[in-house]
Structure formats: structure tokens, C-alpha cells
Design a binder for this molecule. Structure first.
Ligand code: CU
Length: 233
């Protein structure tokens, strides 16, 4: 009887040991496994935009720039604006780029890459600025509120910049190009916005010359929503 009991205890101890070592193995495997953060599934919106109006597509201050953005209609959580400043150069007596979409809260770092003095000037309530820029100088300007902010250089009247400030990060800047072989007035721009959380959005366009159009789009995970738009003056 004592022998059987001893055998039973030994078996129990062995079982416990086995269970423990297998638990350790599981733990070891879990620790060794690469850390894969579950990335939320997103979708894309892509499309082609045509202009019925004639556009100037050459030169630094042409009308070719087109901003397309997606304002969430409900519930979509908007991530914080990037902490890193976006750079706008003052170079060859122009602002480069000429059109800049940013998320509200983003800072823009202006750099004067010319050998002459420039200036950064805006009268908009959100972001009043009047700052002279010596050669090689850098100055940061914050854009805290959504809106269209025209900026000029008071020393060179031809220098201009449009900052398109948006409440969200789902935007892109693209360019119109003349479409060959389709008559003189055919202009087309293609765009694609990736990383959009599933949901319903209001797609809106911005161009210096063309009237804005809006369209409701529904984004689903792992899919590309195709859009075709036509703009006019
Ligand atoms: Cu200037």
C-alpha cells in the first residue's frame, strides 16, 4: 500500500514537472515570437479628375496643383497631426511647393535658399505672419485651424503659396496634365489616398482656378474605391 502511494506521488510529481516544462516551452515560444502589433485594416480611394476648363500647367505658379481630401462623416478617429515640420523652400524667387495640404496642427518650416532676403506674409486670422527671411534663414509657422491660407512674400509680389489646412490626414496633392490627342481642352489628374480607415467620407477637391466638387465615398478595408470627377471653373 505504501509502495503504491509512493508510486502515485512520483507519477504526480512527474506529471507536474512535465506540465511545468511544457508551460516554460510555451512561454519561451511566446517571448521569442516577433512583436506583431495588429495593424488596423484600411482602404484606399483612387481616381481620375478631369478639367473642362483650360489650365496653365507650366511654370512654378501654374494652376496644375490639385488637392483631394476625405473628411470623415462620422465616428472615424482622427490621428494627431505629425510633430515634424513640413518644409517649404524659398528658392529661385518662388515658394516650393506652390500648394501645400497639411493637417491642422502641423508646423511649416520656411527656409530661404536664395541669396536675397525674402519674407513670409499672411493676413489670415488663424496664422498672421509677417517675417523677413535673411538668406539661409529658417522660420517655423504653425497652422492650427482648417482653412485656405494664402501666403506671399512682401518683397517679391510674384511669390505665392497656398496652404490648404485640413482637419484630418487623409489628403493628397496631385497635378493636372494635358491629355494628348483629346483636343486642346483636355486636362487630367490622377490621385490615390491610402491608409484610410473604413467609413463614410466627403471627398472634396481644391484647385486655384476650378470650383470645388464634393462626393460621398465609402471606404472598405483592403479595397480601392474608384472615383471619377469632372471639374469646371
Ligand atoms: Cu521673396
Amino acid at each position: 500500500m505504501r509502495y503504491v502511494l509512493a508510486l502515485g506521488l512520483a507519477a504526480a510529481a512527474l506529471t507536474l514537472q512535465l506540465a511545468e516544462s511544457s508551460a516554460r516551452r510555451v512561454l519561451a515560444r511566446a517571448t521569442e515570437a516577433p512583436l506583431e502589433a495588429p495593424s488596423p485594416k484600411t482602404g484606399s480611394v483612387a481616381g481620375v479628375v478631369r478639367s473642362l476648363a483650360r489650365l496653365k500647367t507650366r511654370g512654378e505658379t501654374s494652376e496644375r496643383d490639385l488637392v483631394v481630401h476625405l473628411a470623415p462623416q462620422s465616428g472615424t478617429q482622427v490621428p494627431a497631426a505629425p510633430s515634424e515640420a513640413l518644409v517649404v523652400k524659398q528658392v529661385k524667387l518662388q515658394f516650393d511647393p506652390h500648394v501645400l495640404p497639411v493637417q491642422a496642427g502641423t508646423k511649416v518650416a520656411f527656409t530661404n535658399d536664395d541669396s536675397v532676403t525674402h519674407n513670409v506674409f499672411s493676413q489670415e486670422e488663424c496664422c498672421k505672419v509677417d517675417r523677413d527671411m535673411a538668406a539661409n534663414e529658417r522660420a517655423e509657422v504653425a497652422f492650427p485651424k482648417a482653412g485656405v491660407v494664402p501666403i506671399v512674400c512682401r518683397l517679391h509680389p510674384d511669390m505665392s503659396l497656398w496652404v490648404i489646412v485640413l482637419d484630418h490626414p487623409w489628403f493628397t496633392r496631385t497635378e493636372f496634365a494635358k491629355v494628348e490627342g483629346e483636343g486642346e481642352k483636355a486636362y487630367e489628374a490622377r490621385f490615390r489616398i491610402d491608409g484610410v480607415p473604413p467609413g463614410t467620407y466627403t471627398l472634396t477637391t481644391w484647385n486655384k482656378k476650378l470650383a470645388a466638387v464634393t462626393q460621398t465615398v465609402t471606404v472598405t478595408a483592403d479595397a480601392v474605391m474608384e472615383v471619377a470627377l469632372t471639374l469646371d471653373k
